[in-house]
Design a protein around this ligand. Structure first.
Ligand SMILES: Nc1nc2c(c(=O)[nH]1)N[C@H]1C(S)=C(S)[C@@H](COP(=O)(O)OP(=O)(O)OC[C@H]3O[C@@H](n4cnc5c(=O)[nH]c(N)nc54)[C@H](O)[C@@H]3O)O[C@H]1N2
Ligand SMILES: Nc1nc2c(c(=O)[nH]1)N[C@H]1C(S)=C(S)[C@@H](COP(=O)(O)OP(=O)(O)OC[C@H]3O[C@@H](n4cnc5c(=O)[nH]c(N)nc54)[C@H](O)[C@@H]3O)O[C@H]1N2
Ligand SMILES: [Mo]
Length: 751
């Protein structure tokens, strides 16, 4: 692989355009693909099923798509098909031997499929029989909490609302979702401190900002359209600070793929300052910036006085932390930390963006609350051009939560839901993702149902989770593509294939559209334009409605058929249950949709004290033994979560391999390893060891003591019990590992 490691100097540019066209023509045929792209993220078009970055409010260029958005669309719009004949040819055991990439590349699933108890192959089943089978399993449980209903963040508001209504009428709040592994830590941290679990900025704020900090996020790969906003900001004179263990390409250099002139230019230097923090060194680093801000007496005292609580305790605690500790933990020199503080202090309008680099640690909530502390010091919340920006992942993960996908719903939400549909929703909290796995493993839960996603591969501790799923009586997945969760099953398993977002959805009342909420709280419509991949596919709302009817028969207060026949009626119900959706059907039909209310944006903080809250956090204590590393599991440029498109990571210079471990060159030497050597990775947690064999050592620009591997290949190493305090999010960016060099001898023996 060594000769293949040639890092991209700039994100975007010509290679991005070529990559886009290649993917689209191969998967969808060039014309069909190009037609689709023109409709992506346009008013009245389809919301890109990739990331949750917003579209410009007013004028949208004809090209609000990116290379990676194009890949996600091509993945769904592919002309390849997984048919009942395919499942006759391939046993589940044989499929399990194939790679994630291969599974996804087989195409769209066309028919509902059943794996009977003890069978080797899936076989076709009618929709009615499939629903009856699930209903029978659900109705035979001793109590409703024995069932688990997972959601991935691509589900529309309409599907998600109907789904949680079904689940709560069934009698449980067991609604774990991908958010539990994603921005749960942000929601928890922000709810406690500013009274709302969402960010406070709009896209327009990016045009007014004087400084933007991007921390623990790789927008060049995961939110490429965000680079356009950063580039515009920079042209307005905004300073950009990038805080990351890796010098990610999009932040260091970027060419706008949609501006022809930019194609031949040198690309814009995006980040003015890059702080190469150690993994999980952010609390220390942020404390350093705050110390410098205090030293410079650059506080917004009026803001602190009027809008906040807890400043004195916060200041006292901060004064006790020494620079020496800060520099050691952050791994960043004091003068560089002070330069970040200079930028922070010189700016009157600052935005802080973050993603998984902060949310997936033991002290993830502290990470985010330190950002809040810093921003409160200078009143950088609730004014134009400033604020907090947790950049969401899945295109509707935020909307799903807004309309009720949550294992810990508020009493107010349940009251209104119960009133609207005349029933008594269950009040006890349900299982989140980690607790759901534990419950299946110890036999408390027996039926697992998933609306989208790839539960087995996305969750930590793959072997444990796999054992958990195998102990279920039934596992059932509503899916578009084949994935590993279909191959590790309960006694019986179902695959229920559904329409994707790019497809025409026609119901008895006529053609339908769905709605989603992006990262900045804008609700907008999404309407597919392609013919469905198969005539057998049902829409997600239709699947939920028919499952509900089969489960309840006439023991239900809801007219499921009517709701699924006309999504306007679902939206009317959402409007009556969830605050902020007044006039939903009219407003969402307007170009660009509408903003949900956000009190923190108006400096109204709905915390118990009515004020924003300063919080105090300890520095984390990672006791690494000699030879141990702190490992983060990250995404390559060519995957969407567990869907792997190719084995390349162009921006990081990797081709043809995903089982790689990035290490600092000096660490490689100290450990007596060689570049390109095959090694086993061993994780250590509470005296337990987990092993991931045969990873290739890659020297990389990463701080000493740190390691990086790809998700999901390294998920076997993430211990289920290693979770963030309060949010219970798997700490998949803080995995303690050591490296065993013995794979190399094994390999040598083979050759
Ligand atoms: N193309 C593409 N787009 C996607 C996705 C995808 O898989 N592919 N996934 C979507 C989803 S669901 C999500 S949640 C987002 C994820 O978007 P990101 O959060 O950008 O995704 P990760 O690859 O997990 O990257 C985490 C970044 O944080 C850095 N990091 C890791 N640990 C630390 C740390 O301790 N401190 C700091 N400061 N930085 C750290 C890593 O080096 C990396 O740059 O993207 C969404 N968009
Ligand atoms: N180690 C480690 N683990 C992680 C992370 C990490 O950074 N490191 N990141 C975590 C994060 S941020 C997230 S969000 C989770 C992601 O967890 P999930 O959301 O569960 O996983 P995805 O890979 O996004 O799900 C892909 C599957 O969704 C199905 N699908 C696609 N489109 C649709 C649709 O329109 N409808 C339906 N019903 N199904 C559809 C396809 O069958 C596809 O195989 O993973 C988490 N796991
Ligand atoms: Mo995510």
């Amino acid at each position: 692989m060594s000769d293949q490691i040639k890092k991209s100097k700039a994100a975007g540019g010509v290679p991005a355009i070529i990559a886009t066209l290649k993917v689209l023509s191969a998967e969808t045929g060039l014309i069909r693909g190009a037609r689709l792209l023109l409709k992506v993220n346009q008013s009245g078009g389809v919301d890109c099923p990739g990331c949750a970055w917003p579209e410009p409010d007013r004028e949208r260029s004809h090209f609000e798509f990116c290379e990676n958005g194009a890949k996600h669309i091509a993945d769904e719009a592919t002309t390849r098909r997984v048919t009942p004949e395919f499942f006759q040819q391939w046993s589940v055991a044989d499929l399990a031997l194939q790679s994630d990439q291969w599974l996804g590349a087989q195409g769209r699933i066309t028919h509902p499929m059943l794996l009977r108890r003890g069978a080797t192959h899936y076989e076709a089943i009618s929709w009615d029989s499939a629903f009856d089978l699930i209903a029978a399993e659900l109705n035979s449980l001793n109590y409703p909490d024995q069932a688990i209903f997972y959601t991935s963040g691509r589900a529309s508001n309409e599907a998600a609302f109907l789904y949680q209504l079904f689940v709560r009428q069934f009698g449980t709040n067991n609604l774990p979702d991908c958010s539990n592994m994603c921005h749960e830590s942000s929601g928890t941290a922000l709810n406690e401190t500013i009274g709302i679990g969402k960010g406070t900025v709009t896209l327009e704020d990016f045009d007014r900002a004087e400084a933007i900090f991007v921390i623990g996020q790789n927008p060049g790969t995961n939110h490429p359209r965000m680079l356009s906003a950063l580039q515009r900001a920079k042209r307005n004179g905004c300073k950009l600070v990038h805080i990351n263990p890796l010098p990610e390409v999009g932040m260091t250099r970027f060419k706008h793929p949609q501006q022809v002139l930019g194609l031949f230019g040198a690309g814009t230097e995006l980040a003015d300052l890059f702080l190469q923090v150690r993994i999980n060194g952010d609390v220390a680093l942020l404390k350093g910036i705050m110390k410098a801000v205090l030293e410079r007496d650059a506080l917004d005292r009026d803001f602190i006085e009027t809008y906040t609580n807890g400043f004195e305790d916060f200041r006292t605690a901060l004064q006790k932390v020494g620079w020496e500790e800060i520099v050691a933990q952050a791994g960043v020199a004091q003068n560089l930390i002070k330069r970040a503080a200079d930028i922070f202090v010189s700016s009157n309008r600052t935005i802080f963006c973050w993603a998984m680099g902060l949310t997936q640690h033991r002290n993830a909530v502290a990470n985010i609350q330190e950002i809040v502390n810093l921003m409160l010091l200078r009143g950088q919340i609730g004014k134009p051009g400033a604020g907090l920006c947790p950049v969401r992942g899945h295109s509707n993960v935020q909307g799903d939560r807004t309309v009720g996908i949550w294992e810990r719903p508020t009493a107010a939400f349940l009251d209104r839901l119960g009133e609207e549909f005349s029933f008594e929703p269950p009040r006890n909290h349900g299982f989140d993702t980690v607790k759901a796995i534990e419950a299946m493993h110890d036999g408390q839960a027996k039926v697992f149902f998933a609306l989208g996603g790839n539960f087995l591969s996305a969750t930590p501790d793959t072997d444990f989770t796999s054992a958990a799923l195998r102990r279920c009586r039934l596992t059932a997945h509503v899916s578009t593509k084949l994935n590993r969760s279909h191959l590790t099953t309960g006694d019986r398993a179902l695959i229920l294939p559904c329409l994707g977002r790019t497809e025409i959805d026609t119901q008895p009342s006529g053609p339908q559209f769905v709605t989603t909420e992006n990262s900045m709280g804008v609700v907008q419509m999404s309407q597919g334009s392609l013919d469905p991949a198969s005539t057998e596919l049902l829409s997600e709302p239709q699947i939920v409605a028919r499952l509900a009817r089969a489960t309840f028969e006439h023991r239900t207060t809801v007219d499921w058929e009517q709701l699924a026949a006309n999504y306007d009626l679902i939206r009317e119900a959402i409007e009556r249950v969830v605050p902020g959706f007044e006039n939903y059907n009219a407003r969402v039909r307007e170009p660009g949709g509408f903003y949900l209310p956000n009190a923190a944006r108006e400096r109204v903080f709905r915390t118990p004290s009515g004020k924003a809250v300063f919080t105090v956090h300890q520095l984390p204590d990672h006791q690494l033994e000699p030879g141990q590393f702190l490992m983060m599991t990250i995404r390559s440029h060519d995957q969407f979560n567990t869907s792997v498109y190719t084995e390349n990571d162009r921006y990081r210079g990797i081709s043809n391999g995903r089982r790689v471990v990035f290490l600092n060159q000096e660490d490689i030497e100290t450990a007596g390893l060689q570049p390109q050597q095959l090694v086993d990775l061993v994780s250590h947690f509470n005296g337990e060891e987990r092993v991931a064999p045969k990873f290739t050592v890659v020297p990389y620009d990463i701080p000493r003591g740190c390691a990086a591997t790809y998700f999901p290949e390294a998920n076997v190493l993430v211990p289920l019990g290693s979770v963030a305090e309060k949010s219970n999010t798997p700490a998949s960016k803080s995995v303690v590992i050591s490296i065993r060099g013995n794979s190399v001898t094994e390999e040598a023996n083979h050759s």
